[in-house]
Design a protein around this ligand. Structure first.
Ligand SMILES: Cc1cc2nc3c(=O)[nH]c(=O)nc-3n(C[C@H](O)[C@H](O)[C@H](O)COP(=O)(O)O)c2cc1C
Length: 220
């Protein structure tokens, strides 16, 4: 049975990110995968304090928060899903807080040319990035995607990254709106109303892509 660990980075419970996530999780259902979902805004997690002791003790030195159980679930997972709105071309702050704690998964060595990262254990996982954003272009997600290409690579050459981006989504539930609702919304937002039809088609396709990715990655 596949172990799937999912991190929701949106502060809005009915936000577009939660629809991407729901479709992904729905896709996993028929394969009976074990899905663990956490809401990054409501976990008890401290910031990395930069002590660098992880380079010596091979784990994070902060243990009076949820990291010990969280890190175990992350390490035990076959599929690791990060779903987040794009905030100023980046992930939301609670997700970044989790990512900084990933420092404890690797030994970092300064070299003459750059910085080497050596993971404490072998990583062979599917990483999934589900990104919702307001812009009509997914260029705004590029820094996040670049970061994940880097992160997945330093954690191990066997890791695989899957990315789904959803654009032109400003208000809650927008991705699930019908054509007519979108037309009314676009009028208010001073966007061309004729975009409603193609966006409705695009939004449904993105949700279907999330479902299919969930189905594919949860299969044994
Ligand atoms: C603080 C803040 C910063 C944002 N920055 C960006 C941005 O840089 N690029 C972008 O396309 N959308 C940006 N957005 C819009 C959100 O990414 C977008 O509305 C997203 O769909 C929200 O996801 P949610 O519905 O799950 O909350 C920003 C929104 C907020 C609140």
């Amino acid at each position: 049975m596949k172990q799937i660990f999912v991190i929701n980075g949106s502060p809005r419970p009915a936000g577009n990110t939660s629809f991407l996530l729901k479709s992904f999780i729905d896709g996993t259902e028929k394969n009976n995968a074990k899905v663990n979902l956490i809401d990054s805004h409501h976990i008890n997690l401290k910031y990395c304090n930069g002590c660098l002791r992880c380079n010596l003790i091979k784990r994070c030195s902060i243990s009076d928060d949820e990291w010990p159980e969280l890190s175990k679930k992350i390490l035990d997972s076959d599929v690791l899903v990060f779903a987040s709105p794009v905030y100023f071309h980046h992930l939301t702050a609670p997700v970044k807080k989790i990512l900084d704690r990933f420092r404890s998964f690797v030994k970092v060595q300064i070299t003459e040319q750059s910085l080497d990262h050596i993971p404490w254990q072998e990583w062979d996982k599917d990483f999934v990035l589900l990104l919702s954003m307001g812009s009509s272009s997914d260029e705004d997600a590029k820094p996040v995607i670049d970061l994940f290409k880097y992160m997945t690579k330093i954690l191990g050459p066997k890791n695989r990254l899957h990315v789904i981006t959803a654009t032109r989504l400003g208000v809650i539930k927008q991705i699930s709106m019908k054509k007519e609702e979108l037309r009314i919304l676009y009028k208010k937002l001073e966007l061309p109303e004729e975009f409603a039809e193609e966006d409705n088609f695009k939004n449904n396709r993105i949700l279907e892509d999330c479902f299919q990715l969930g189905e594919k990655l949860s299969a044994i």
